[in-house]
Design a protein around this ligand. Structure first.
Ligand code: NAP
Length: 261
């Protein structure tokens, strides 16, 4: 098997300044792509870019944008094209997970979870699709979650948004199936990132559990009794971006140690 080559491709990774997004960006760069990192915190994106080797760093640009803001998303993607040309690959990875018992979930939390996890995917996809359709080529990978494949207590808004991402993925995949564009979702289980650390901190703050007990409780949900590493998610994303993966579309691939069967 040959290593995946994405030489000459331009990939945008939202939420590329940390965690899964940063690992995805590194793997796309390694495969030869030019990469645009997007996120709200420009300094965080630049710090991430500086971690890449000098040779790869030159092919990374950083653009600050809040993916929930329609006009700002349009501007950011126009900006991305100026330096790196048309976008061949979009990784919709930006996301947030906030928990709350259902009865205490207010409109603000509900709306925030839908805006960042679902509407952000819609807005960024809308920003790249016309050009992909015109050029009859493209890869869109949505980082959803096992929370898009099953329910978890205390995160109804996040789960609803991630289920929505899978619905969007399936629908768009069918719509563009004859246009050389694939649309897939990758669904990580609990993955060792800042987002998970915030969830662990919330568990220890709201229950009598220690950090270790909270970790063990979440790891028990994974049949392999461990957390997923960001690189494992990145590996699956990269595979979906490969030219050889052209027949895989509309799928929701669980990267969760068998949590979802
Ligand atoms: P993370 O390190 O917190 O990454 C989330 C990224 O999203 C950050 O870089 C953040 O950057 C960006 N972001 C958040 N809100 C944004 C907004 N409104 N506009 C633009 N960017 C925004 O956590 P992660 O675990 O790598 O999360 C990446 C994705 O994986 C998320 O979609 C998450 O739901 C999904 N996921 C994570 C897990 C897990 O256990 N870690 C499991 C399943 C799915 P800024 O703050 O600079 O904007």
């Amino acid at each position: 098997m040959q290593a995946t080559s994405l030489a000459g491709r331009h990939a945008v990774v939202t939420g590329g300044g940390s965690g899964i997004g940063a690992a995805v960006a590194a793997s796309l760069l390694h495969a030869g792509a030019r990469v645009t990192l997007m996120g709200r915190d420009l300094q965080r994106l630049r710090t991430q870019r500086d971690r890449f080797t000098a040779e790869r760093r030159n092919t990374v640009q950083c653009i600050a944008v809040d993916v929930t803001q329609a006009d700002a998303v349009t501007v950011a993607f126009d900006e991305a094209r100026k330096q790196h040309d048309e976008i061949d690959i979009l990784i919709n990875n930006a996301g947030q997970a906030q928990s709350s018992p259902f009865a205490q979930t207010d409109m603000a939390l509900w709306q925030r979870m839908l805006d960042v996890n679902l509407t952000g995917v819609f807005l960024c996809t809308r920003a790249v699709l016309p050009s992909m359709l015109e050029r009859q080529t493209g890869r869109i990978v949505n980082v959803a979650s096992t929370a898009g494949q099953t329910g978890y207590a205390y995160v109804a808004a996040y789960c609803a948004a991630k289920h929505g991402v899978i619905g969007l993925t399936r629908s768009l995949a069918r719509e563009v199936a004859t246009k050389g564009i694939t649309v897939n979702a990758v669904c990580p289980g609990y993955t060792e990132t800042e987002l998970l650390h915030a969830s662990l901190a919330n568990i220890t703050a709201t229950t009598s559990r220690s950090d270790q007990q909270a970790r063990e409780a979440l790891q028990r949900q994974n049949p392999q009794r461990r957390f997923i590493e960001p690189d494992e998610v990145a590996h699956t994303v990269l595979w979906l971006c490969a030219p050889e993966s052209a027949s895989i579309t509309g799928q929701s691939i669980s990267v969760s140690g068998g949590e979802i069967l």
